[in-house]
Write a protein that binds this ligand. Structure first.
Ligand code: ARG
Ligand code: ZN
Length: 473
């Protein structure tokens, strides 16, 4: 085993030992005390992302939004929200947190009773009048609101609720959801969602899943209703707003499609977007049934500088090229249905999505995956491309090029090593076994070894743990 895995195991058993020590010794266990839920989910890359002590089941988000006024006014909008959150305490709780940033909570109730609360940078700390018992489902209602701006992530890229003149682009990877609703913002706490989004008449509000009711218009405001019943990580939630043109159809595999395209971008992406139906059929043949109730694209005329695989409704900045359409669709299986357990596991998202476009290109008669792989390996050994151990890229390296391309090359090398049959069995078992939840790099290595019957320690050491160009594996 490579040393890192040994460390992880050692840590695991140390934690188990501590848990044993902490367990009550007498047979008549003392009731465990009521304590404060942690302010983070325990992800080393983003210590304040998510929270401890609660498991959210459902978010019902009732939003009322006004975009920024015309130029030259500052690009600031206004958002008022009521978030109704069903959750289960995972410990006896005297207090617990939700992530909320840049917006102000005004009223909080827990189980229908007013609660006290305080807000700091990324945290809304809630003290219910009556303490919460582990395992007993409760409902938290947060009324909140404020001015929306154009938030940026630790790399300086736009993310979260990004205000535009004609709406908002809403893309939260990795931990930007707190810029628009109170949330347990970590992939390990997936939940279902419903939305009721009110915007000025003439604008379209597009969220995840499918419309649950037709939009209604009263007094110059339209309300859009969405239901997203498939468990979803918070970074994949969206509620983008724009003067979109809507196109609804059913793909060849039976998946209902809802596309929303800015009129200024209608000509450009249509041919590439139209390949979605064929791509669904192709990726189902590789990875198994499409995991969600719907799909579609949001193409905005504003840009955050990248595309995002928002669940069931991928977001594209201005253009949706064929490669990007394939990439974001493949993420629905790889990243969305099976999500990273920790943000360090991001290469499994981006490697699979990138490798999927290599396979799509081959399917379309372009370069074979083998040619794309060989091309990548022409990068000289002293190139900085090889300086990143992609299994631990660091919070600033989440979207670095090697996470994508070396990730894809790792998967191709694995395919060659274990054989096509085993490789696609691995892909499908991965989706089947971990779909609906999260999985780690250690889970992937273990499953690869299980399916292939091979010892893959040296392989993964060379490809994902060593910051050098792999020479033998
Ligand atoms: N997951 C997105 C994709 O596959 C990339 C998100 C990039 N985000 C960023 N802040 N640079 O294309
Ligand atoms: Zn991606």
């Amino acid at each position: 085993m490579p040393s890192r895995r040994r460390t992880a195991l050692a840590l695991g058993s140390a934690v188990a030992a501590i848990a044993l020590l902490a367990a009550p010794i007498s047979a008549t266990a003392e009731p465990s005390p009521y304590t404060t839920g942690a302010d983070g989910a325990g992800d080393p890359y983003f210590p304040l992302a998510g929270n401890g002590g609660t498991d959210v089941l459902h978010y019902d988000l009732d939003l009322d939004y006004t975009p920024a006024p015309p130029d030259p006014a500052p690009i600031e909008g206004h958002l008022d929200g009521v978030a109704t959150i069903d959750l289960v305490p995972t410990q006896n709780l005297s207090r617990f947190n939700l992530d909320l940033r840049g917006l102000t909570a005004t009223v909080v109730t827990v189980s229908g009773k007013p609660a006290t609360f305080t807000q700091t940078d990324n945290e809304l700390a809630i003290t219910p009048t009556k303490k919460l018992k582990a395992g007993k489902k409760t409902q938290v209602v947060v009324t909140y609101g404020g001015t929306t701006t154009r938030p940026t992530d630790i790399e300086g890229a736009l993310y979260g609720w990004v205000t535009t003149r004609d709406g908002a682009m809403v893309v939260n990877e990795p931990e930007g959801s707190g810029t628009w609703f109170p949330v347990n913002d970590h992939p390990t706490d997936k939940a279902t969602y419903s939305f009721e989004i009110t915007v000025p008449e003439g604008l379209v509000a597009v969220a995840n899943g499918l419309p649950s009711d037709p939009a209604t218009t009263v007094d110059g405001k339209s309300t859009w209703y969405w239901d997203a019943p498939d468990p979803m990580a918070a970074y994949l939630a969206t509620a983008s707003v724009g003067d979109y043109v809507v196109d609804e159809y059913v793909a060849e595999n039976g998946t209902p499609i809802f596309d929303a395209v800015d009129p200024a971008r209608l000509g450009a992406p249509s041919e590439d977007l139209a390949l979605t139906s064929d791509m669904l059929v192709f990726f189902e043949s590789l990875y198994g049934p499409y995991p969600f109730n719907s799909y579609g694209a949001i193409v905005d005329d504003d840009s955050v500088g990248y595309a995002l695989e928002t669940q069931t409704r991928s977001f594209f900045s201005r253009t949706a090229s064929e490669g990007t359409v394939a990439h974001e669709l493949a993420h629905q299986w790889m990243g969305n249905h099976v999500s990273p357990h920790r943000w360090a596991d991001i290469w499994l998202n981006e490697g699979w999505a990138t490798y999927s476009t290599w396979m799509w290109t081959e399917h379309r008669g372009g370069d074979t995956a083998q040619v794309s792989f060989a091309d990548y390996l022409t990068i000289p050994a002293d190139d900085p491309e090889w300086d990143l151990a992609i299994a631990d890229p660091g919070p600033l390296g989440l979207f670095a090029n090697p996470v994508y391309d070396r990730g894809a090359a790792t998967l191709h090398a694995l395919r060659v090593k274990i054989g096509d049959e085993e490789f696609f069995e691995l892909a499908q078992t991965w989706v089947e076994r971990f779909g609906g939840g999260t999985a780690s790099t250690a889970d992937f290595i273990a499953l690869s070894e299980e399916v292939s019957g091979q010892d893959l320690e040296a392989f993964f050491d060379a490809w994902i743990y060593t910051p050098e160009k792999p020479v033998s594996w």
